[in-house]
Design a protein around this ligand. Structure first.
Ligand code: SAH
Ligand code: TMP
Ligand code: ZN
Length: 409
């Protein structure tokens, strides 16, 4: 494996444990006339020998990932809308009843979470650098500032809005390579007795489920409670609760406050012991994960080749950033997966990055069912299976690859 890189958190060496080779930008769905301009980077994941933070070994400039053509609109999933409604209201209930409460969300996208805070009549602000999704939020009446959240923008926000009683984030903290600037920003804004509650893909679930498709350019870090605790403690912040969530293939919701403001939830202790058992900072265990990842890739390719040999039609379900990793790592193109069905209008008519499988509207799927639908959006499996009863009753079958490759019964 390639030489180690320096950790962006503590500057110690990062030991790579899995390498995917050259990958295109995971969310970089593109038109045919853009194929020749496509850019690639080395995707490899390692663990820091110092602070134990699991991270990518190559950094991509965030402005190349988050911009006016950002492909992910959070509100496309009905299931996630419900999830964020419950998240927002639960978090709001934990804050003070102060009449002028202020809630800030980092990475608020199209307003999927904050709309619930706005509807509760609470003062709020979303911080969202991708202009197209920020505009969608603003159009639906959600206060949004289009910029990256960091120590500098946090100071400006504090000057304009005062301290925040609640700072929220979901699937965004792991996207921010400069964690020190992010945490300094949180410290600038967080009120005494305020809460910083965020939820991110959980390394424990990636290891448990071999969900290697979580490893991609936007996810710079892969957190455990222990790796985050150390970092936050060094800023006088403390994780007082961690709650496992099923969304996005396994996430963890962290509740953080100023040290001494609150006592730790009893569940934290057992969750940390579980991390020790899983060996989330152990190169031996992470190398075992690498072996399972390679097997998963080989099994999926051989299943698709077998089905092709039998003359079956296979299409992808959900053009996700995760599917970019699975298709490129497994060298799966349109010869094995006819097209990928996706409900997001901005993805339709484009091609998936790297292996260039066409993305088609959902109506193409329902108009002419394939034999198999490869469940790239496996993290929305329940919602999709419930919706696709007709496909199943016509003899259609789903293929999954998490936690192992197979045809879903
Ligand atoms: N919170 C939403 C969106 C997650 S996608 C959800 O869970 O569905 C990640 C979002 O974070 C994108 O909208 C991206 O533009 C935004 N983002 C990336 N870096 C950021 C930063 N430094 N500050 C604020 N938002 C950021
Ligand atoms: P995500 O896994 O990153 O949330 O992305 C899910 C993608 O799948 C997104 O582009 C929308 C698409 N999708 C569908 O096409 N149909 C569905 O029923 C669901 C839930 C998602
Ligand atoms: Zn480190």
């Amino acid at each position: 494996m390639s030489e180690s890189k320096k950790c962006l958190v503590c500057d110690s060496n990062v030991e790579p444990f899995v390498s995917f080779g050259k990958m295109p930008i995971a969310n970089g769905f593109l038109r045919e006339d853009e194929f020749s301009k496509e850019s690639f980077y080395d995707l490899a994941v390692g663990v820091c020998v110092g602070c134990k933070m699991v991270q990518l070994t190559e950094l991509i400039d965030p402005s190349k990932l988050f911009h006016e053509n950002y492909a992910y609109f959070s509100s496309t999933s009905q299931g996630m809308r419900k999830h964020f409604q419950a998240f927002a209201l639960e978090a709001l209930n934990q804050t003070t009843e102060r009449s002028d409460r202020f809630v800030l969300e980092i990475g608020s996208n199209d307003g999927i979470m904050l709309r619930n805070i706005a509807e509760a009549g609470v003062r709020h602000l979303g911080v969202e650098p991708s202009e197209n999704v920020a505009k969608a939020a603003i159009a639906s009446g959600i206060q949004t500032r289009c910029c990256f959240f960091d120590s500098k923008s946090a100071s400006q926000i504090r000057a304009e809005h005062g301290p925040a009683d609640l700072i929220l984030g979901a699937n965004v903290i792991c996207h921010i390579p400069d964690l020190h600037s992010l945490i300094q920003g949180v410290c600038t804004l967080l009120n005494k007795n305020g809460l910083f509650i965020f939820e991110e893909p959980y390394l424990g679930d990636i290891v448990n489920r071999t969900s290697y498709d979580q490893f991609y350019d936007e996810h710079f870090y892969y957190f455990s409670i222990q790796s985050l605790s150390e970092l936050l403690n060094s800023y006088g912040l403390h994780i007082v609760n961690a709650q496992a969530q099923e969304v996005h293939g396994g996430s963890m919701r962290y509740t953080v406050c100023w040290a001494g403001d609150k006592t730790e939830a009893p569940a934290l202790h057992s969750l940390k012991s579980r991390e020790d058992q899983l060996g989330l900072d152990s190169l031996v265990k992470l190398n075992e994960l690498k072996d399972r990842i390679e097997k998963s890739r080989d099994d999926l390719r051989s299943l698709l080749e077998t089905l092709k040999g039998e003359g079956k039609r296979v299409v992808g379900y959900g053009a996700t950033s995760k599917s970019t990793i699975v298709t490129n790592y497994g060298n799966i193109g349109p010869e094995l997966v006819e097209y990928i069905s996706d409900t997001t209008p901005t993805k339709q008519g484009k091609f998936n990055p790297g292996t260039h499988i066409p993305i088609m509207p959902y109506e193409s799927f329902t108009a002419n069912y394939p034999d198999y639908a490869l469940l790239f959006a496996w993290n929305h499996r329940e919602e999709i299976v419930e919706k696709e009863q007709h496909f199943l009753s016509q003899g259609g079958r789903f293929i999954t690859f998490v936690p192992t490759v197979g045809i879903v019964d």
